[in-house]
Write a protein that binds this ligand. Structure first.
Ligand code: GUN
Ligand code: FE
Length: 454
């Protein structure tokens, strides 16, 4: 019979930091966190004195205990609610161009290369590893239109152990000849992709981490007929949906010229059965009041991609307003509109954006950390599964070490856990992510992108 002690695979002792509400970060000192063989947080004790740890283990083997030192703490893994897997190849390029020109000149030619499945495998292997390296334990990925490459992305994410939504992108109009589908092939391949992921998931001996997501690129690249079919597929297979919305003025103008029967851009998606409580809309920079109200009415989520919105000069999304309407908001890196796959970078850009919009109503640290973790989990409908250290949730986490040589966090030491943590958020980087866990399992990390460790 399985006892509590035998069900436990790992116990962590030390400082744990998580978001308990949008207003509050909890700093748990001398925490004792038990992870079970389902990858769940089985028990969490607070303020356990050093000399009480052994007796608090309740019979769990001492070799399962990981004791954190003074420079280490554990936080929930980050949630990247919007990232393009094929675009990691050109992070940092082309930002002199605005969105539509950037898509034509940088994005589409590079995405066309993913017709080659071996190329896709080599790029996706590195991309997913880098995302994990930066502490992203859950991500909502856009792939490309290519079925075989999409399957590779799913295989790689399974192999590396990230929690993910993966979308086969749909494009059947206003797209280059080498990156376009017919309505029929787009629907057929989307169905085949969903069936593939479901089949892979059925063969697993653990709770699946990958979910297919319906992914019309944006209304410009999808006909009304295709969007209607995609809405039906989302209903038939009960799947989430993701797309882009109100990112840039020229994009909005072009969209409204294509869909004159809809009252606004947000309504274009609603009119095609693509806006509901499982939808993630990226950007939402130039939203009219009634569009935000429609998002709220449908209980859709927003992925705030501030880094990308600055790079592509798209504008600044008013997160304070979204939050005041109680809309679900998470952060997105939007690689490669965003130049970094790090949610820490997304968090920093989000702060800058909120300051530039209104210095009196800036997003504060507790809110930013919430958006990067619990907020993202809500947008991905994972709030009952991950986001913070509530007993019964799955253990997706980063073990942070602030004393890594060469990291700026190391230079002056720290006076208290609050300032140490804040420093990590604003000057830390992937060197400080010593270990990353998804569903209780440690994932294998590549070397830091910043510098090699001594
Ligand atoms: N809108 C349509 N496609 C894209 C894309 O790949 N990146 C961004 N940022 N916006 C888009
Ligand atoms: Fe995007």
């Amino acid at each position: 019979m399985q006892t509590f002690a035998s069900s436990i695979t790992k116990v962590f002792y030390g400082t744990l930091i998580h978001s308990v509400s949008i207003k509050e970060i909890e700093y748990i000192k001398q925490g004792l966190l038990f992870v079970d063989n389902q990858g769940k947080i089985a028990k969490l004790l607070k303020n356990v004195a050093q000399d009480k740890v052994d007796e608090s283990l309740e019979g769990v083997d001492g070799d399962k205990l990981v004791r954190l030192n003074h420079d280490q703490f554990i936080i929930p893994g980050f949630v990247d609610t919007h990232i393009h897997a094929p675009q990691y190849t050109f992070c940092g390029n082309g930002h002199d161009l605005p969105l539509l020109e950037w898509l034509d000149n940088f994005t589409f030619p590079r995405e066309a290369k993913f017709v080659d499945k071996d190329y896709a495998r080599s790029i996706y292997t590195k991309t997913v590893a880098r995302s994990l390296r930066h502490g992203t334990t859950s991500a909502s990925w856009f792939a490309t239109i290519h079925l075989d490459a999409c399957k590779e992305l799913v295989n790689i994410i399974q192999e590396q152990g990230q929690r993910a939504y993966v979308g086969k992108v749909n494009m059947n109009q206003n797209s280059p000849d080498n990156l376009v589908e017919t309505t029929e092939s787009s629907v057929r391949d989307t169905r085949a992709f969903i069936e593939y992921v479901n089949q892979v998931n059925a063969s697993l001996d653990h709770k699946p981490l990958v979910t297919p997501i319906i992914t019309p690129r944006f209304a410009i690249s999808c006909t009304s007929e295709l969007m209607t079919e995609l809405g039906k597929l989302a209903t038939e297979y009960n799947l989430p949906i993701q797309s882009h919305l109100c990112e840039n003025q020229n994009e909005i103008g072009f969209t409204m010229s294509l869909f004159p029967n809809s009252v606004n851009y947000t309504a274009v998606y609603a009119d095609h059965g693509l806006l509901n409580d499982r939808t993630i809309m990226a950007h939402c920079v130039h939203m009219k009041e009634e569009e935000l109200d429609l998002i709220k009415e449908k209980n859709a989520g927003i992925s705030h991609c501030a880094n990308s919105n600055f790079n592509l000069k798209s504008g600044m999304a008013d997160v304070r307003k979204m939050l005041s309407k109680d809309i679900k908001v998470g952060l997105g890196t939007d690689v490669a509109g965003g130049y970094s796959p790090s949610i820490l970078e997304a968090l920093r850009s989000s702060r800058t954006c909120s300051v530039a919009l209104n210095a009196d109503t800036t997003l504060v640290v507790a809110e930013l950390f919430y958006l990067a973790t619990v907020g993202g989990a809500r947008v991905m409908e994972l709030e009952d599964t991950i986001g913070n250290f509530v007993v019964g949730k799955e253990f997706d986490a980063i073990l942070v070490n602030t004393a890594v040589e060469g990291s700026p966090l190391d230079v002056f030491g720290h006076d208290c856990i609050e300032t140490q943590f804040e420093k990590y958020l604003f000057v830390g980087d992937d060197r400080n992510n010593e270990k990353v866990f998804v569903q209780g399992k440690e994932v294998r990390l590549p070397a830091s992108t910043v510098a090699s460790r001594k």
